[in-house]
Design a protein around this ligand. Structure first.
Ligand code: PDD
Length: 286
């Protein structure tokens, strides 16, 4: 496996990072995950914008977010992948000693890797997913896609006894987002997702936007409003969206069968709509 480290593509075994890297010591870094179909990145502009924002809000300097597409392209070429997920992580870099306050003029550590994922024709049905409902214990700045993810990992571990693959996080009685996804619920023809620019905030999910666009194209009513925890149990459908899974449909909630145990009608219609949008994008890509 070849990876990207600080401007070079090299075999994973040769990619060494200092233990004094602030990403390792403090989780002082940010990241992006981009899904590629046939070498074309989904929602690439939105990923660049979000990366720019994460860099700006964390004062991590020395990487230009607009380099993202070229970096991904080089990595995909080196790995000979067309359908893949690219993970990019930028930490504040290596300091001479462990101190919370970063030194001036520190150079970021830029690491990226790619792994194969499903081709576009896998987006014909929504993948089934088991969910658990957990308290949202994270900090207030979840619009920053930062690598310190303990607050996302613990709720997933707490949902393991329900065999849940993802946790729906609850803040003050309302759904915030998933531990690594955005959440939608469907009631009749109404597709509902929580707002993003709240305080505390949630991640501005790229697939969230594409799912809303696809739902609107199908003539569904899309509402952005707070979702009460109690609405989950009575929802017709629950979806999670994210660059890895794109859109998955809930088949079990807190260990109990949900929605007949298979991804529901609208989840499948919307993922098909997302597939058509990518097909159109690919048709326009030289
Ligand atoms: N997770 N919310 C959270 C907390 C996330 O971690 C993610 C993505 C999303 C969805 O964002 P997008 O649609 O842009 O992928 C929402 C990635 C995939 C991860 O951590 O691996």
């Amino acid at each position: 496996m070849n990876v990207w480290l600080n401007g070079h593509i090299l075999p994973l075994e040769k990619a060494h990072i200092s233990p004094l890297d602030r990403g390792f010591l403090f989780g002082d870094g940010i990241y992006e995950v981009v899904r590629f179909f046939d070498r074309t990145g989904m929602a690439m502009d939105a990923h660049i914008q979000r990366l720019e924002r994460s860099l700006q809000l964390t004062h991590i300097k020395g990487f230009n977010a607009r380099e993202l597409p070229a970096l991904c392209e080089q990595l995909l070429q080196a790995e000979n992948l067309r359908d893949a997920c690219v993970y990019l992580q930028i930490t504040r870099g290596v300091a001479a000693s462990r101190a919370h306050m970063p030194p001036e003029n520190i150079q970021p550590t830029v690491f990226a890797m790619a792994h194969a994922s499903g081709a576009l024709d896998t987006l014909t049905t929504a993948a089934p997913i088991s969910l658990s409902v957990q308290p949202d214990l994270r900090w207030h700045r979840c619009e920053i896609k930062c690598t310190s993810l303990m607050g996302s990992i613990l709720p997933m571990l707490d949902g393991r006894h329900h065999n849940a693959q993802e946790a729906i996080l609850i803040r003050d009685g309302f759904v915030s987002e998933g531990s690594s996804s955005n959440i939608f619920v469907v009631r009749a023809n109404n597709v509902i997702t929580p707002p993003i620019d709240t305080d505390p905030s949630i991640l501005h999910g790229t697939m969230r936007t594409l799912a809303m666009d696809a739902a609107r194209k199908l003539g569904l009513e899309v509402s952005i409003r707070p979702i009460e925890e109690a609405e989950l149990a009575t929802a017709n459908e629950i979806w999670v969206t994210g660059s890895g899974r794109v859109l998955a449909g809930c088949v079990a909630l807190n260990g109990k069968v949900f929605g007949g145990g298979k991804p529901a009608k609208m989840a499948c219609a919307v993922i098909n709509g997302m597939r058509l949008a990518v097909e159109n994008l690919l048709a326009k890509t030289p």
